[in-house]
Design a binder for this molecule. Sequence first.
Ligand SMILES: CC(C)(COP(=O)(O)OP(=O)(O)OC[C@H]1O[C@@H](n2cnc3c(N)ncnc32)[C@H](O)[C@@H]1OP(=O)(O)O)[C@@H](O)C(=O)NCCC(=O)NCCSC(=O)CCO
Length: 257
Amino acid sequence: MQFVLTKKEGNLAWIILNKAEKLNALDSKLIEEIWESVEQYEEDSETRVLIFTGSGKAFSAGADITEFTKLSPIDAWKFAKKGRGLMDKIENLSKPTIAMINGYALGGGLELALSCDLRVAAIEAQLGLPEINLGIYPGFGGTQRLTRLVGKSKALEIMMTGDRITASDAEKMGLVNKVVPLSSLEEETRNLALKLAEKSPVILALLKEVVLRGNDSPILSGLSMESLGWSTAFSTQDKNEGVSAFLQKRKPQFKGS
Ligand SMILES: CC(C)(COP(=O)(O)OP(=O)(O)OC[C@H]1O[C@@H](n2cnc3c(N)ncnc32)[C@H](O)[C@@H]1OP(=O)(O)O)[C@@H](O)C(=O)NCCC(=O)NCCSC(=O)CCO
């Protein structure tokens, strides 16, 4: 890996975009390396939570604009599919994902954060989808994911103006889950990840599936998926463990079976 650092901390995996001098701009190589890292941790049975972040002053300033000068429309379509494909892959991981937004999260950088389940941002971070200022619009899933997250009106405001928003404003509109000082960002993110790592991985995977697919469906279909998934939970050892632990007044130890 040239532009991605990875590290494991027990059952947490960190994927760190490491092209700080270019504000972790997502070029084809970086996208491929993130893809590889994600696959590695998806397969790793020890890993329970994935955390994405950036080195330096940016989470990521988006797709690498220098690559745009030589893209034909067909190349652009392929590039968008590659970037969007990565975001789809991250969103659909069975393991929980957290974006730790340490600085700028713009364009494809914000789209990467949007594909994660949860977002924790530093107060100093700035978020936005400034593609409109380049004469394009977001192409790595932002038009759809941001709209579903914050509603059509706010999403259109962000995409039409291209203005950057503060982490506090992002929190107010539900775009980030938590805002903390940069100095405690890593600790707060780790604590959140550790909390998720204690839950049953099999039930978290089921929950994600029901929420994601339900979000794409009419409510009656979503509610039906909820009931089916809920009853499936009763076939797991983790449900037995959770209920027994409650009744025995002890902490559950979930194994993921
Ligand atoms: C993020 C900004 C506002 C930071 O500004 P500043 O602090 O002044 O830092 P810079 O000098 O601009 O940046 C340092 C260095 O990084 C290069 N860089 C920054 N962003 C990109 C990028 N997206 N692609 C390629 N290179 C980038 C910048 O050119 C500098 O390199 P030097 O060699 O030192 O000149 C500011 O950088 C900014 O506005 N960036 C662009 C944000 C953006 O428009 N993102 C959307 C991209 S399109 C997209 O994501 C499509 C997918 O939907």
